[in-house]
Ligand binder design. Structure first.
Ligand code: MN3
Length: 222
């Protein structure tokens, strides 16, 4: 009897695993860790409702299709051939997983020497890059993202995308590997900043994890 119980539990666990291929990575800090720049309530709703929703809907969209065996990056690379549900939710999941990691409560992180060199070469200075990214986020009409990407020729570029699109998608205007993403959907800032997206974008720079952006840069130029 005991053995049967364990088998049933193991079966349920296995079934759950099969039907939920994609998962959220635990947030690497507390919801209130970024207070002052991004408030706890926004972080909690953003992570547990919005971002979680993309994962649930992505799993629904891929279960029972050949996509359930593919990586997120692979799906994004041919997303033009997939349904709007796959495009929106694969993008949404990828974008948020990146977003949480490029934020940190740690003060004054700095780009690595290698990334600093590339930033200076492409934009003149770190401040000029921040200005360009903030402008890309401010100018994005409606919901979307601003991106710092490494292009195929290993150069840095700033771009933005609508909705949950991103530069890994085959439909993207500017393609590349994103190393920093700014969520400019109203759900990312409205509780604290209301209509003032520019104020959110200014505060965003206080909580950027330049160590992680540098790590992603070094990975992308390999
Ligand atoms: Mn979001």
């Amino acid at each position: 009897m005991k053995v049967l119980k364990i088998s049933a539990a193991a079966f349920l666990l296995a079934a759950q695993f099969v039907t939920a291929q994609f998962k959220q990575t635990p947030l690497p800090y507390a919801y209130n860790a970024l207070e002052g720049s991004i408030d706890a309530q926004t972080m909690e709703i953003h992570y547990t409702k919005h971002a979680a929703g993309y994962v649930t809907n992505l799993n629904k969209a891929v279960t029972g299709t050949p996509l359930e065996k593919e990586s997120l990056e692979k799906i994004l690379s041919h997303v033009s051939k997939e349904s709007p549900a796959v495009r929106n939710n694969a993008g949404g999941h990828y974008n948020h997983e990146l977003f949480w990691t490029v934020l940190t409560p740690e003060k004054n992180t700095q780009p690595s020497a290698e990334l600093t060199k590339a930033i200076n070469a492409s934009f003149g200075s770190l401040d000029a890059l921040k200005e360009k990214l903030s402008k890309a986020g401010a100018d994005r009409f409606g919901s979307g993202w601003a991106w710092l990407v490494v292009t195929a020729d290993k150069k840095l570029a700033v771009t933005s995308s609508p909705n949950q699109d991103n530069p890994l998608m085959d439909i993207s205007e500017v393609k590349g590997t994103p190393i920093l993403g700014i969520d400019v959907w109203e759900h990312a800032y409205y509780l604290k900043y209301q209509n003032k997206r520019a104020d959110y974008l200014t505060a965003f720079w206080n909580v950027v994890n330049w160590k992680e952006v540098s790590r992603r840069y070094e990975q992308a130029i390999k």
